[in-house]
Write a new protein. Structure first.
Length: 260
C-alpha cells in the first residue's frame, strides 16, 4: 500500500463512461481477456488511432481501467466486489461516487489531486492548474511527469463535470456538479475507499465526511456505529470525549502489508 501511495500511475485522461463500461463488463461475467478486447474496440477510434504500440495512450488508459475494476490490488478486492454490488443497485446518475472512490483507492494520486482541488475551491472559489501542480509536486517531486499527470486528472474532472473550465488558456476552474449522498451503505463504502488512499492508519470521522478529496460530494453525517454496522472492514475508536477515529480493521491492514 505504501508503494501505491507514492506512485502516480493515473497519467491519462479517463472518461467516466469508460469506467462504467469496464464495470459493466465485469458485472456481466466477462473474463480479463474478453474485457481487454472490448476496451480495445471501445477506444480504438478515440485514442492512439491507427496505432498498437505497447505503451500507447490507449494501452495506458486500458491499464488504468483494468486496475480499477478488473484487477485491483489484492487488498482492494473486497472493496471492488462491494463497489460492483453498489453499481448494480444504484441508479446510473449515482454511479459517479462509486467510480470516484474506486479510482481513489486504486490510484491514491487521483485522491491527492482531488484533495488539493477541493481545498483550493473552499479557500478561494476557483483553482488554477498551476496551483494544483505546485502542491502535488511537493509530495511527488519536481518532475514534468507529475505536472502532466495532474493536468490529465484535471481534464478527467472536467469530463466528469465535477469541475468547470473558465479559461482553457489560463487553466482556471470552478466547482461543477455536486451530489448529496445520504445512503449509509454508500457513505461507509466511500469511507473504506478513502482509508485505502490515506497515508495514516486512522482519520477523524468528521474529517473523513468533510474530506476535500471527496469535493464533488456532500456526505450526510452518519454516526460511527452505523458505519461499522454496515461495513465489517472498518472500525471506530473513540478518541477523547467527542471524537471518533475511523480506521481499516487490523486484518485488512495485515493483508495490505503482505500485498506490498
Amino acid at each position: 500500500m505504501n508503494r501505491r501511495l507514492n506512485q502516480i500511475g493515473f497519467s491519462q485522461r479517463v472518461r467516466l463512461e469508460w469506467l462504467e463500461r469496464t464495470a459493466n463488463l465485469v458485472l456481466a461475467g466477462n473474463d480479463d481477456a474478453a474485457i481487454y478486447h472490448d476496451l480495445q474496440e471501445l477506444l480504438k477510434d478515440k485514442l492512439s488511432i491507427g496505432g498498437n504500440a505497447k505503451r500507447s495512450n490507449r494501452e495506458k488508459v486500458i491499464t488504468i481501467l483494468m486496475k480499477i475494476w478488473v484487477r485491483p490490488p489484492h487488498e482492494l478486492l473486497p472493496l471492488q466486489r462491494e463497489g460492483l454490488n453498489l453499481l448494480a443497485q444504484l441508479p446510473r446518475e449515482e454511479h459517479i461516487a462509486i467510480h470516484w472512490g474506486m479510482a481513489m483507492a486504486a490510484y491514491p494520486f487521483w485522491g491527492n489531486v482531488a484533495a488539493q482541488v477541493g481545498r483550493l475551491l473552499r479557500l478561494q472559489g476557483s483553482v488554477t492548474a498551476g496551483q494544483v501542480q505546485r502542491r502535488v509536486r511537493e509530495h511527488y517531486g519536481e518532475r514534468d511527469t507529475v505536472s502532466r499527470a495532474v493536468q490529465r486528472v484535471l481534464r478527467s474532472f472536467v469530463d466528469w463535470e465535477v469541475l468547470k473550465e473558465l479559461s482553457a488558456a489560463k487553466g482556471i476552474y470552478t466547482a461543477g456538479l455536486t451530489r448529496t449522498i445520504d445512503q449509509v451503505e454508500v457513505i461507509a463504502w466511500l469511507a473504506e475507499a478513502f482509508l485505502h488512499a490515506h497515508p495514516h492508519g486512522s482519520v477523524a470521522l468528521r474529517s473523513l465526511l468533510d474530506a476535500t478529496s471527496l469535493f464533488p460530494f456532500h456526505l450526510s453525517y452518519v454516526p460511527a456505529a452505523h458505519l461499522v454496522a454496515v461495513c465489517d472492514r472498518i472500525d471506530v475508536l473513540r478518541h477523547g470525549l467527542d471524537q471518533d477515529l475511523v480506521m481499516l480493521r487490523p486484518e485488512r491492514l495485515l493483508v495490505t502489508q503482505k500485498g506490498e
